[in-house]
Design a protein around this ligand. Structure first.
Ligand SMILES: [Zn+2]
Length: 192
């Protein structure tokens, strides 16, 4: 792709090219090699700063670091979140974290091990539901409804067989009740 940019070396508007180059970055003491894209002047071959290419490279560096350290990648975190149809802020609040935390992780920031363990665990519905039952009131009503629709849809194929009730309709039962944990009369109450 060729784009005209200003080259400070040529002191002129020039045609630029994008080239690929192996680069080594050091992240927390670990060397990460990555094939990065750079914009260069087609006349003098000097690199021309390109914010978008630069941030893409950094994102890939951190994704690579996460893979090598067996942490969830940003893409994997996004995938787990999308499974529940919950927003970045919503998920952060649900987990009791600062409201920008998930946004930062999805943009490339490296999560610590304890946050990583929690994020891996909520890939399972039964673990997600533990946080859901505890903290869903921190979410807006609109978002709550949206996530509950998603859970309801998926729970039919959910192996632990969770009974789902909307609190609005069934005020005296929890939103989610694990069938296995219920006595028979409680079970009947929950499914009535
Ligand atoms: Zn130039």
């Amino acid at each position: 792709m060729k784009t005209n940019k200003y080259c400070f070396n040529c002191n002129d508007e020039v045609v630029t090219n994008i080239v690929e180059e192996m680069e080594v970055f050091n992240v927390k003491g670990m060397d990460i090699s990555i094939l990065s894209k750079k914009r260069v002047c087609s006349v003098c071959n000097e690199e021309i700063f390109d914010k978008e290419l630069d941030s893409n490279t950094l994102y890939e560096v951190y994704e690579q670091y996460k893979k090598l350290n067996h942490l969830l990648t940003s893409e994997e975190i996004k995938k787990i979140r999308n499974k529940y149809g919950i927003s970045q802020k919503g998920l952060a609040l649900l987990l009791g974290w600062g409201e920008k935390t998930i946004t930062r992780y999805e943009n490339g920031s490296i999560q610590n091990n304890s946050h990583d363990t929690v994020l891996k665990s909520i890939n399972e519905y039964q673990n997600f539901i533990v946080f859901w039952s505890k903290n869903k009131d921190k979410l807006s009503e609109m978002e709550r409804d949206k996530v509950e629709e998603n859970l309801y849809k998926d729970i039919t194929s959910f192996t632990l067989k969770v009974v789902y009730k909307k609190p609005k309709q069934y005020t005296n039962v929890n939103s989610f009740v694990m069938v296995n944990d219920l006595k028979e009369n409680e079970y009947r109450m929950a499914v009535v």
